[in-house]
Design a protein around this ligand. Structure first.
Ligand code: NAP
Length: 495
């Protein structure tokens, strides 16, 4: 997902980027105590390869303790009045804002995200926590007209929304702060306790968030953060019967595996996509071209709603392509810590090699690289591909890399059909000023969101957000995450 606040690229900020993000030794937060592990794992700067932190790896026993602490803390936290939960979450939001640059530097280094987008991510997390604070005050049920049934005559009915208990949050590397915030903020607002397992490649931001939550007044045991691989810590959390809900963001195969093992736990799944956007002949190209460039290449395309398939009407395809290539050629690729960097490294070299291999495979099958295609270590140049066919990996699978395929079409209905021709269904975009076409797209495209006069990548943090088909189950966006993290309790009173 990506939406920079309009006009706020972060790159124009005054002052130097803090290079020394923190200490090298980190601890995990378990039951209100900062603890070491018997083993540690290094976290590296994704551009330089330098080790920027050593993080304890949670053992089975530590994982058990974290879940136990969350379980123990649940009765008191779930009864903590809404106004107090509001104040704690609001304070967390303020502290994130206060430490914005330092946290952005951590994101920049551990995720390899360009500075302006790292700053943008912290701004968004500030809002996500503010929305969560506000939401804490308006969690309520409603009355049910019992006498609509003859059997209900004379009874009064209403339902309450109750916290579910321990929520396990399992999060990906690409938004190490805001996607954690989307689980922790609503979870705490609703009165749940949490155990967070961040991505192994980007745990430092999550640990920093734990410090901030502690400072904001979250009581011991209510929020726990443990680090370790998905195959160990992730699986232990998934199968633990004390966990009431798993809120997962990540890849579809891992999500599917979690569902298989989770049994009857509640689950929310925020998964991948190969997002499409349509450019109709009446589109405002001045707006569409730069927005499409950002949508394809922000965070090196490692965004779940990154623009991967761009359908261009043949009447504008030539002009759009030439302007798109020109704008792409102006992107600054390299060190994410440089304030004017647009595209940094990918998360690891293996992923960059995989994307490069997909590009080569597409070329071998007849596609043409119009820009980029070259890789150096983890850095893949922003890549524009023409003549790709629907069955090529660069089109039909999630690329999660700085690459976009341009596809020319003649009929609008054909473009809508092609956007839908995907196992995924997270978000899609269409540029048109014809309301009938916009409404047709809204009606026919099977995704969790359709953006008109924007690309698939648009998101603000209070809107309902989530996917259809292989893109997931349930919705996030603070109010909607609260709904997913609460149980309905029906009360019927017979006087
Ligand atoms: P990933 O490989 O699926 O990992 C996500 C998280 O799951 C990590 O914390 C990972 O731990 C953990 N995990 C791995 N195997 C596990 C297991 N067997 N049991 C429990 N947990 C396990 O995803 P990623 O590479 O970090 O992120 C990229 C994917 O996330 C893309 O598909 C992207 O589209 C998707 N995504 C979706 C959204 C959305 O809102 N829909 C947003 C962002 C990203 P380790 O790090 O230790 O492997």
């Amino acid at each position: 997902m990506y939406a920079l606040p309009p006009g706020d690229a972060g790159g124009g900020r005054k002052g130097e980027i803090p290079m020394e993000i923190a200490r090298k030794g980190y601890k995990l937060l378990v039951g209100g105590a900062w603890v070491d592990g018997t083993e540690t794992m290094p976290v590296i700067d994704k551009y330089t390869g330098e080790t920027i932190g050593d993080v304890p790896v949670a053992s089975r026993e530590m994982t058990d303790r974290a879940i136990g602490a969350a379980r123990e803390a649940f009765p008191a936290w779930s009864r903590t009045p809404a106004h107090r939960r509001f104040r704690i979450l609001e304070k967390a939001s303020q502290l994130l804002a206060k430490h914005q640059e330092e946290i952005a530097a951590t994101i920049c280094r551990e995720a390899g995200k360009a500075w302006k987008y790292s700053v943008g991510e912290v701004s968004r997390a500030v809002e996500t926590f503010q929305f969560s604070a506000e939401e804490a005050k308006r969690i309520h049920g409603e009355t049910v007209p019992m006498d609509a049934s003859t059997a209900g005559e004379g009874r009064m009915g209403f339902y309450l929304r109750c916290p579910v208990g321990v929520v396990a949050a399992i999060t990906p590397f690409n938004f190490p702060l805001n996607l954690v915030a989307h689980k922790v903020g609503p979870g705490l607002a609703a009165g749940n306790t949490l155990v967070l397992k961040p991505a192994s490649t980007t745990p430092l931001t999550a640990i920093r968030l734990a410090e901030i939550l502690e400072e904001a007044g979250v009581p011991g045991g209510v929020f726990n953060v443990i680090v370790g691989s998905g195959g160990t810590v992730g699986e232990w959390i998934t199968t633990d019967p004390r966990v009431a809900k798993i809120s997962f963001t990540g890849s579809p195969p891992v999500g599917e595996g979690i569902i298989r093992k989770a049994g009857l736990k509640k689950v929310t799944m925020e998964l991948g996509n190969n997002s499409g956007t349509i450019i109709e002949p009446d589109a405002d190209l001045d707006a569409a071209v730069p927005r499409c460039v950002v949508s394809a290449f922000a965070n090196s395309g490692q965004v779940c709603i990154s623009l991967q398939r761009l359908y261009l009407h043949k009447a504008v395809a030539r002009e759009f392509t030439s302007r798109f290539l020109e704008a792409t050629s102006r992107l600054k690729v390299g060190n994410p810590l440089e304030k004017d960097c647009d595209v940094g490294p990918m998360i690891d070299e293996g992923e960059a090699r995989r994307a490069e291999a997909w590009i080569r495979e597409a070329v071998a099958e007849g596609a043409k690289v119009l820009a980029g295609g070259k890789r150096e270590g983890r850095v893949l140049q922003p890549t524009v591909i023409a003549n790709a066919r629907a069955e090529m990996k660069v089109m039909c699978q999630e690329a999660f890399a700085p690459l976009v395929c341009l596809y020319e079409y003649e009929k609008f209905e054909e473009a809508v059909r092609m956007v839908n021709d995907s196992p995924y269904g997270l978000q899609a975009g269409i540029y048109t000023n014809d309301i009938r076409k916009a409404l047709h797209a809204v009606d026919r495209i099977d995704t969790g969101g359709v953006m008109v006069n924007d690309t698939s990548i648009f998101r603000v943090d209070h809107m309902p957000y989530g996917g259809n088909k292989m893109s997931g189950l349930g919705r996030e966006g603070v109010r909607f995450a609260v709904e997913e993290m609460t149980n309905i309790k029906m009360v019927v009173i017979k006087p």
